[in-house]
Design a binder for this molecule. Structure first.
Ligand SMILES: [Zn+2]
Length: 199
């Protein structure tokens, strides 16, 4: 009985996570990655979700997942929101860092990691309305940060805030806001959201 109870609980968690991902308009591929459900099962879940909710409130994305890290540096607002999201990944334990480097601390396909990713993204949505970063871009940001080849997080030398760093750009020591405003202490301008992110 105990084994079947556990299995039932895991199934329930799997479906809950899939529905949460559908609400965030994640792609079928992403939902399959995190829940292990078949495409057919995901399609049925999506249909039942649309039948019980406003179909306009959620849309399905097809095609390729985001792959361009340049998206996070497109403008200062996106860069700022991306840095906050990166800080949330550290706070929710999906990334762990030392002064030297950031290490991934999640496992793709783990229901626990998937739930943490949703929690971090939902916290980001609470901070930003309208949000500029879709769930798929948020998931790509986590992957890119874990890969450490294009995107990193650093502490700004001027204001001390956490900023998202383009690892392909040379000699940049300040966040976008401080770089744009010269070298005046940014804390005085009040744009920094302090986090305990260890980077
Ligand atoms: Zn700064």
């Amino acid at each position: 009985m105990r084994v079947s109870d556990d299995r039932y609980t895991r199934d329930r968690q799997r479906l809950d996570l899939a529905l949460r991902l559908i609400r965030h308009e994640a792609r079928t591929f992403t939902i399959r990655q995190w829940t292990g459900l078949s495409d057919d099962r995901i399609r049925k879940l999506y249909r039942s979700y649309v039948m019980t909710h406003d179909a306009r409130s959620v849309s399905r994305h097809r095609g390729k997942s985001p792959r361009q890290a340049a998206f996070f540096f497109r403008n200062s607002e996106l860069n700022f929101q991306s840095a906050q999201l990166a800080s949330l990944y550290v706070m929710y334990g999906l990334l762990r860092g030392t002064h030297a480097r950031i290490e991934p601390h999640y496992r793709i396909g783990s229901l626990e990691s998937g739930a943490l990713l949703c929690q971090a993204y939902e916290a980001y949505l609470e901070l930003h309305a309208p949000a500029s970063i879709s769930f798929e871009h948020a998931w790509f940001l986590l992957l890119a940060l874990a890969r450490r080849d294009e995107v990193g997080i650093s502490r700004c030398d001027v204001c001390g805030g956490v900023w998202l760093r383009d690892l392909l750009a040379r000699h940049k020591l300040a966040c976008g806001t401080c770089a744009a405003a010269g070298s005046a202490p940014a804390a005085a301008r009040g744009h920094v959201i302090s986090t305990s992110a260890p980077c």
